[in-house]
Design a protein around this ligand. Structure first.
Ligand code: TRP
Length: 363
């Protein structure tokens, strides 16, 4: 059996370059390499609602934005099933069963959920659905028998939780579900791309994102005002690379051919870094180089997005077809799950025959 790749994003805003290097680019590469049996990519609207329950319009508007970002990056609906989470009721059913396999204290230990609770000031009023979203995420993954989940580092605890649930389920009910594996970016800078202000995470609420659909002048503005080394005041001063956002972005985006095209004085990134550390290399020169790379990377994505924006009904059609395919796949797994859990009363002829015998013997 080949790989089944699955991953998704919450529709709470347009996708940004953190999503791109963290997972999107990997998905497109996997898709184009074709070494898989099935690939599912979905828009996690139900999960987005767990902390946006009073703002359904925001989630609704962003479903199409995320779909457009997917297509713009090169996800191809003829190769990958693209669908919307809420349209697959089997996921709710599976989550409901999984809830019995996880303790409250186990959920409380999830580091990603812990930080998210703090970020949202939820400490005293955590919605149950938000608290339990790692369980529903395990259902998202296992309902499609995913073997491989390409996500960012922050999703590691979710995949671990899913693996635990699968092991527990299979132990109790017999081998039924597939234990998924996480696929992290292989480049450290891509694991967690910082915001343009140097803060640990790119996030819409912090206003430190570069969006995939960003216009050229906006990209330039954001790159040129990016956080660098605050102690690098004069060009001749030695500069620091660690924690210097411009260099982190170069680590994530720069390829050898970019030097040939935009900065032929330097053979590679190591030489550029060495010069910066020695002193004598100004921030503006490095930022201009990064800007050229970002422009080259994002222009084709932005242009493709504009093409797709011309036919919005076709995008909804594509999503609807994806939902139909996804639903059939999830229903198939759920039928195995119900059988394993012995709740398949009406399609089990043996059960009825057994009961007939049992009650006949009791007479
Ligand atoms: N939690 C993920 C995020 O915030 C989105 C998501 C939901 C997901 N279900 C998933 C990712 C299943 C991978 C697999 O980005």
């Amino acid at each position: 059996m080949g790989k089944i790749i699955l991953t998704g994003d919450r529709p709470t805003g347009r996708l940004h370059i953190g999503h791109y290097v963290g997972s999107l680019k990997r998905r497109v590469d996997l898709q184009n390499a074709g070494q898989y049996e099935k690939m599912f990519v979905f828009i996690a609207d139900a999960q987005a609602l767990t902390d946006n329950i009073d703002n359904p319009e925001k989630v609704r508007q962003n479903v199409i934005e995320v779909a457009l970002d997917y297509l713009a990056c090169g996800l191809d609906p003829t190769k990958a099933t693209i669908f919307i989470q809420s349209q697959i009721p089997e996921l709710c059913e599976l989550s409901f069963y999984f809830m019995d396999l996880v303790t409250v204290s186990r959920l409380q230990r999830n580091p990603t959920v812990k930080t998210e609770i703090q970020m949202r000031n939820f400490e005293t009023s955590i919605p149950v659905g938000f608290f339990t979203y790692p369980i529903s995420q395990a259902a998202d993954i296992t309902a499609f028998r995913a073997t491989t989940v390409p996500v960012g580092e922050d999703q590691e605890p979710m995949i671990e939780q899913a693996r635990e649930i699968v092991r527990r389920f299979n132990h109790i009910y017999g081998d039924t579900l597939v234990e998924p594996e996480i696929l992290l970016p292989d480049n450290a800078a891509c694991l967690r791309l910082p915001g343009t202000d140097g803060k640990a995470k790119m996030s819409k609420s912090l206003g430190n994102c570069i969006y995939l659909s960003e216009e050229a002048d906006e990209i330039q503005k954001k790159v040129m005002s990016m956080f660098t080394d605050p102690d690098h005041l004069r060009v001749q001063d030695p500069g620091k690379i660690e924690g210097n956002t411009v260099f982190t972005y170069l680590d994530a985006f720069c390829r050898p051919e970019h030097f040939e095209r935009y900065l032929p004085d330097y053979p590679d990134l190591n030489e550029l870094k060495a010069h910066y550390q020695r002193g004598g290399l100004g921030d503006v020169k490095v930022k201009r180089f990064l800007n050229a790379i970002m422009q080259e990377t994002l222009e084709p994505i932005r242009n493709r997005r504009k093409e797709f924006e011309k036919d919005i009904p076709a995008i909804y059609d594509m999503l609807k077809q994806g939902c139909d395919v996804a639903r059939a796949a999830a229903a198939d797994t759920l039928s195995d799950v119900r059988k394993a859990m012995k709740i398949n009363y009406f399609d089990d002829a043996d059960l009825i025959a057994e009961q007939v015998k049992k009650f006949a013997a009791e007479k």
